[in-house]
Design a protein around this ligand. Sequence first.
Ligand SMILES: [Ca+2]
Ligand SMILES: [Ca+2]
Ligand SMILES: [Ca+2]
Length: 203
Amino acid sequence: MSRLIALLLLLPAAALPPPSAPFLSPMGEPFRSDDPAADNAGCWFGAADRNADGALSLAELQADAARFFAALDGDGDGEIGPAEIARYENELAPEVQLGLQMRRTDDWRRRRRREMLYDEGLEGAGRFSFLNIPQPVIAADFDMNRGVSAEEFARAASQRFRLLDRDGDGRLLRAELPALPRPRLRRRDRDSDKTWTPFRRPR
Ligand SMILES: [Ca+2]
Ligand SMILES: [Ca+2]
Ligand SMILES: [Ca+2]
């Protein structure tokens, strides 16, 4: 029995729901789940809302940014340097790579992900976040020295807070945040019922 047939036998007869899309926070931290119904953005929001009042203040977003900064600054020298930026792009959040959805792979889950195509103009992390910032970490490198200091990251958090606080009241409500980009289903959804039918023979 070929490996292909063995794999097909493992597939459920019903249509497969799409996997939940990853979410990248305004500072670029990835939140993922294997649960198709997971609210990845809600996981981020709930953790960042430290006083659990249902809104993010600027101080809360900056605290969220500082926590992620410490996670990115692996050597603890107070700067996200080139090697730490490379680790972010290659290991922590490969979604920021522009060509990810076209990458060839033999992994079937990734193959499914490749079918999720986003609108033109959305690049990298912009496909998975509230703001269209393709690489949210290096975008904080205001002085262009190929490193991001804690001050620069905090400054970026303030900028992004202002972009998201559309009514300018200093509080980000979940309902105030923009809708996340939704991928268009292609090819697999041959009957346009918004679900993928079981896979055909991989190319
Ligand atoms: Ca709060
Ligand atoms: Ca560092
Ligand atoms: Ca607001």
